[in-house]
Design a protein around this ligand. Structure first.
Ligand code: SF4
Length: 403
C-alpha cells in the first residue's frame, strides 16, 4: 500500500477485524495500551474499539504531549509573558490548557491585551510582553529576527518527535548570533513514561491494570527507532508493536500483539516499517545529543516526578535557555480536585469515569489537559465516542429519561 486512503480501506479493515476475532482466544482477555495520543485519536475517530471482540481491551496511555505537561510548566510560560515581559511563542494546544489562578496562556494573552501585567520588567529589553500562537518553531525565530527589541521565548513541548526541530532552532539562533531568543524546554522522553507505567503499583503490585502489551509510538519511533523498546520486551516480558497512525495500522498491530500473546512471546515488532527502522534517525539523534542533556528529574502530569525523563539545554547553549536567562523556576501545583487526568494518563480510569466529563469539562471549556488536544483521551472520547455511553447510561437501573 502506498497511499493514505489505502490505510483507511473499510473492506480491509473488516478483514482485519475478522482475523482479530479469529485469533483472540475465548478463554482469556487481552489488554493493550496505545501509548500515543495519535493512536488514541485514530481509535476514537474510526471507532476501532467497536470492531474488536469484547475480550480485547484498549487502554489509553500517556502519549499526548500537551496532556502530560503539569500545571506548573504552563505557569512558567505565563510568568515569562506576564512578569518577565517576553514575547512567548506557543503552539495552539498548550494555549488552552488550564493553569493556576484560573489562567491559561490564552487568558493571559487577553490580560496582556487589556494592558494588565508588567511589560517593562527584568529580562525584557523593551516594552511588549506578549503571547503569540505559532505553527512552526521557525516562526518564533523569525519573530526574534524581525524584533531585536523584544525578548522572544519559544515554549518547546513534546516527545522525541518535536525535539530535533527545537535543537535545530537553537543552533540556528546561535549561528545568527541572536541575543533576544531563548527556549523554555519542556521536552519529555517516551521510554521513561513506558517504564513508569510498567512500574506503577496498579500494574506491578496490585494487578488492577492488566497490561499484555503496547501499541508503540509511530512518529516518536521514526526518531528513536525500535531499539529502545527491546528493554521492555526483555525485562518486563511485554510485547511492543510499533504502529502507524492510520486505522489499518492500528488493527494490524492489535492482531500482531494477539498472536504474540497467544504464542507466549514478548518481542518488539515493527508494523510501521514504511517509516521506522531499528536504529531510527541517527542524524536527528546526534543533533539532539549536541544541544540537550538529561534532566535529573521532571514532573509529569499523572505520573509524578520521573528521574531522567526529560531534556534540558546543555551549558554550551545556556544563553538560549529561558529558564536560566529569566531565572524562572518550576513550582508544583495540584490539578483541579475533580479532575481525573492523572488516572486517565496512567490508564487506570477511562475519560467517562471522570464525573465532570462532558458536563463541566468539555473541549470548549476544558478543566483538565486531556480535554484540550485532539490527541487527549478525553477530547477524543468526547468528540467521537461519547454517544456510545448514552446507551450505557440509559440502561443503568433507576435511570429515567426526563419527560
Ligand atoms: Fe480531566 Fe476533563 Fe478528562 Fe475529567 S473530563 S479527566 S477533568 S480532562
Amino acid at each position: 500500500m502506498r497511499f493514505i486512503d489505502e490505510f483507511r480501506d473499510g473492506e480491509l479493515g473488516r478483514g482485519l477485524a475478522a482475523a482479530i476475532r479469529q485469533a483472540a482466544r475465548a478463554d482469556r482477555g487481552y489488554s493493550f495500551m496505545e501509548f500515543c495520543g495519535g493512536h488514541t485519536h485514530a481509535i476514537a475517530r474510526y471507532g476501532l474499539s467497536d470492531l474488536l471482540p469484547p475480550s480485547v481491551r484498549l487502554i489509553h496511555g500517556p502519549g499526548c504531549p500537551v496532556c502530560v505537561l503539569p500545571i506548573g510548566r504552563i505557569d512558567m510560560a505565563i510568568r515569562l509573558a506576564l512578569e518577565a515581559g517576553v514575547t512567548l511563542c506557543s503552539y495552539g494546544d498548550p494555549m488552552r490548557v488550564p493553569a493556576s489562578a484560573s489562567l491559561s496562556l490564552i487568558k493571559a494573552k487577553a490580560k496582556l491585551g487589556r494592558g494588565v501585567g508588567s511589560v517593562e520588567t527584568a529580562g525584557s529589553t523593551a516594552a511588549g510582553g506578549g503571547i503569540r500562537m505559532i505553527y512552526s518553531p521557525a516562526d518564533a525565530l523569525a519573530l526574534a529576527q524581525r524584533h531585536p527589541e523584544r525578548q522572544v521565548v519559544f515554549f518547546a513541548i513534546g516527545f522525541e518527535t518535536t525535539t530535533p526541530p527545537t535543537a535545530l532552532l537553537i543552533k540556528q539562533a546561535q549561528a545568527l548570533g541572536l541575543r533576544n531568543f531563548s527556549v523554555l524546554c519542556c521536552h519529555v522522553l517516551t521510554p521513561s513514561a513506558i517504564a513508569s507505567i510498567l512500574e506503577a503499583p496498579e500494574v506491578r503490585r496490585w494487578g488492577t491494570l492488566p497490561l499484555d502489551g503496547f501499541i508503540g509510538p509511530a512518529h516518536v519511533s521514526t526518531i528513536i527507532g525500535t531499539r529502545p523498546y527491546e528493554f521492555f520486551a526483555e525485562e518486563y516480558r511485554k510485547p511492543v508493536v510499533i504502529a502507524g497512525f492510520e486505522p489499518l495500522d492500528v488493527m494490524q498491530a492489535i492482531l500482531m500483539l494477539i498472536k504474540q500473546v497467544n504464542a507466549g512471546q514478548a518481542l518488539v515488532e515493527n508494523e510501521f516499517s514504511r517509516a521506522v527502522s531499528r536504529d531510527g534517525n541517527r542524524k536527528a539523534q546526534q543533533l539532539v545529543c549536541e544541544v540537550f542533556e538529561l534532566r535529573r528529574s521532571f514532573a509529569w502530569r499523572g505520573l509524578g516526578e520521573l528521574p531522567y525523563s526529560a531534556l534540558r539545554i546543555r551549558q554550551e547553549f545556556a544563553e538560549f535557555d529561558a529558564e536560566r536567562r529569566f531565572a524562572v523556576a518550576y513550582q508544583a501545583v495540584e490539578d483541579h480536585p475533580a479532575c481525573e487526568c492523572g488516572a486517565v494518563l496512567r490508564g487506570v480510569k477511562r475519560p467517562q469515569d471522570c464525573r465532570i466529563f462532558g458536563s463541566v469539562c468539555t473541549p470548549e471549556n476544558p478543566v483538565g489537559a486531556c480535554m484540550v488536544s485532539s490527541e487527549g483521551a478525553c477530547a477524543a472520547h468526547y468528540s467521537f465516542g461519547r454517544f456510545v455511553d448514552v446507551a450505557a447510561v440509559s440502561e443503568t437501573p433507576g435511570f429515567v429519561v426526563a419527560p
